[in-house]
Write a protein that binds this ligand. Structure first.
Ligand code: RUQ
Ligand code: CUA
Ligand code: CA
Length: 641
């Protein structure tokens, strides 16, 4: 047993070293990372460290007894699955998937008329896109914490922002950003920059990662120096695009200040290079700060341009146009090379960027950025108050609300806990300052990490989740495609302790951990939420030329019509209202060979439209187990030849 374990540990540790080295060499060249010690401790080191740490950790448990509810909801992105997910924490139980940019036959997302209207269609009625890539989920704020109204999630693939209503956990609006490619980071504001009485989210900011020609219509293909990236502001209520700012270089992740004055985005391609070597040329890149009120004043004053057919005002945020801090709309604060991630500390004071190609995190004081805009700070770099060495490949930083930061180290495959105040003291010259407080190995190579309520002023310092990009040997093998490992860490004590491994279908990026009392969902819809609802008064078939409207009701265990007869060539719309009022009593509606499949929840109405292009008898049946007679819940859909 013992020797098997040793062999396993050696494999684990050598694999980690392999990934660390190859990634470091491939990305950075040895030079950038020289001088940083290679941490060779593998899983063996980790488990003994955990045992020692067990004494000093806070004792939070991952196990949730049968029948007990979790303390937190996790709202997670789903990566290139295009969806969002809800997970119970700390159990790690997956509670629900929310189709957003993907199609989902379970729900009927992308199949029903209502979801197609949200997703957007081409002239022929088919979906404009059927793919997506979600990375960041963030909730709406009030008074610096979540108000439980909305979630927003980005689509990096087609540059769309989606909103999810938190009462039903369904996507209700999607907006495509004009002249943007690689829409990566997104973050809602927490407060209005001018009117402090508006202490809730009214704007959502979006960073554009990939530079493109303006407009992207075939011009300038051979001259990438003319390409650019836009920062976009979307109205939280209407989901209309309010304005955009052209920046110099690119953007990546986005964060917002608690006072509402700034949105900011880390920038790894300040070089605006079209190739990888060029993107790594500069010794430093930047965190780009946007003065929201000043941008909106420029828009009001008509100081903007537009691009192509888009009517959205575009303000110039490039350096030449922003040389005078007192009128500038954008401030470029130099940070460590090729940063990834920018996160706001819950006390509202700092933004932390990490340099992927530098073993450091850069701490920027928000008040000093404000001073720069007021013309009272000599250089942008003077807003940097700390730059501690924390380890290799730092990506994202989360906070415990007690002054500590937790950063994922992709290359070291660790989470490092460090103290922000100590880092600032060290930067000022205090050699005795103890910055790094703890490290824990994770399995393997973490991307995002996030803490319970950590992106609000109510950060509670209980849990941290490490979203790892490789699972290798942590779970039963299931073929070449591996599950991903989400590792739950108790951060309530001095030492971090991994308390459970969860699987995740590839591939979650960012997520938020929200206290359960904030989330208030409804269990049943109101019939009147749906103007097209079907009741006993209007149920039945109506025909208008070759357009046939079938108004149908469901009530366990039957549909209201046992036989539905149409003619070949008809355009058929089926509108289905579920009249069951019982919580959790959902019905499905599927028609063989017609590619129809969707559900209706209690008191909900949905519709589908399709062409009855082939004759025959088709059993329209209920797909969602609803009753002892669920299998008998079917009607004959007859298409006359
Ligand atoms: S990014 S692993 Cu798409 Cu959030 Cu950082
Ligand atoms: Cu209705 Cu199954
Ligand atoms: Ca760079």
């Amino acid at each position: 047993m013992g020797s098997e374990r040793d062999v396993h540990d050696t494999e684990v540790s050598s694999r980690r070293r392999f990934l660390g080295k190859s990634a470091a060499l491939g990305l950075a060249g040895a030079g950038v990372l020289a001088g940083c010690k290679e941490n060779g401790a593998g899983a063996a080191g980790s488990s003994s460290a955990s045992a020692a740490a067990a004494k000093s950790h806070g004792g939070s448990k991952a196990h949730v007894e049968p029948g007990q509810l979790d303390d937190y909801y996790v709202f997670s992105s789903g990566g290139h699955s295009g969806e969002a997910r809800i997970i119970g924490f700390p159990s790690g139980r997956e509670l629900r998937r929310i189709p957003v940019f993907n199609m989902d036959p379970m729900v009927g997302w992308g199949i029903t008329n209502e979801s197609k209207a949200i997703l957007g269609t081409k002239a022929d009625g088919s979906l404009k896109y059927t793919t997506g890539d979600t990375h960041h989920v963030h909730g709406s704020y009030k008074d610096g914490t979540y108000d439980g109204r909305y979630l927003w999630v980005n689509d990096k693939l087609h540059s769309r922002l989606a909103r999810i209503r938190m009462d039903t956990m369904e996507c209700d609006k999607i907006t495509e950003l004009p002249n943007v490619q690689g829409f990566h980071g997104t973050f809602p504001d927490k407060c209005d920059p001018v009117d402090k009485s508006i202490n809730h989210t009214t704007r959502v900011f979006c960073g554009g990662e990939f530079a493109i020609p303006f407009p992207n219509d075939g011009r300038d293909l051979d001259d990438p120096s003319k390409w650019g990236s836009l920062f976009t502001c979307v109205d939280a209520e209407t989901m209309a695009v309010r304005w955009q700012v052209r920046v110099e270089g690119n953007m990546d992740l986005v964060a917002t200040s608690y006072d509402g004055r700034f949105a900011c985005s880390n920038q790894y391609n300040s070089e605006n290079a079209p190739d990888q070597a060029g993107m790594m040329a500069a010794e430093r890149d930047a965190c780009v700060f946007f003065d929201v009120a000043r941008i909106e004043a420029m828009v009001k004053a008509g100081k903007f341009t537009t691009i192509g057919s888009s009517k959205v005002p575009v303000v110039d945020g490039r350096k030449a146009a922003n040389a005078d801090p007192k009128t500038a709309v954008v401030c470029y604060v130099p940070v460590s090379k090729n940063p990834h991630g920018v996160n706001a500390s819950p006390d509202g004071k700092y933004m932390v960027c990490s340099g992927k190609l530098s073993p450091t995190a850069t701490v920027i004081e928000v008040a000093l950025v404000a001073k720069w805009f007021d013309g009272e700070l000599k250089t942008e770099r003077d807003a940097v108050v700390a730059e501690p060495e924390i380890g290799l490949g730092p990506l994202h930083t989360a906070f415990d609300g007690k002054g500590n930061a937790f950063t994922t180290l992709f290359l070291d495959s660790q989470i490092v806990k460090w103290n922000v105040a100590a880092a600032i003291a060290q930067f000022k010259g205090d050699k005795a300052a103890k910055v790094v407080l703890d490290r824990v190995d994770v399995h393997y190579q973490p991307g995002h990490g996030y803490t319970s309520m950590g992106e609000t002023k109510e950060a509670d310092g209980k849990f941290y989740n490490s979203g790892n990009k490789f699972s290798k040997d942590r779970f039963l093998p299931v073929g070449p495609l591996h599950s991903e490992t989400e590792q739950l860490i108790d951060i309530s004590g001095d030492k971090m302790v991994i308390i459970s491994d969860h699987t995740a279908y590839p591939e979650p990026h960012d997520a938020i951990i929200v206290r359960r009392d904030i989330v208030k969902t409804r269990q049943i819809y109101n019939l009147d939420d749906f103007p097209n609802k079907v009741t006993a008064e209007n149920a039945g078939i109506t025909r208008n030329g070759n357009k046939v409207h079938v108004r149908l009701m469901s009530q366990a265990p039957a549909f209201s019509m046992p036989v539905i007869k149409v003619k070949k060539g008809d355009e058929v719309t089926i509108t289905l209202t579920n009249h069951d009022k019982v919580e959790d009593l959902t019905h499905g509606c599927a028609i063989p060979t017609y590619n129809i499949n969707f559900i209706v929840n209690p008191q909900e109405t949905k519709s589908v439209t399709f062409k009855a292009d082939h004759a025959g008898a088709f059993w329209m049946y209920c797909t969602h187990f609803c009753h002892a007679l669920h299998l008998e819940m079917r009607s004959r859909f007859l298409v006359e030849g």
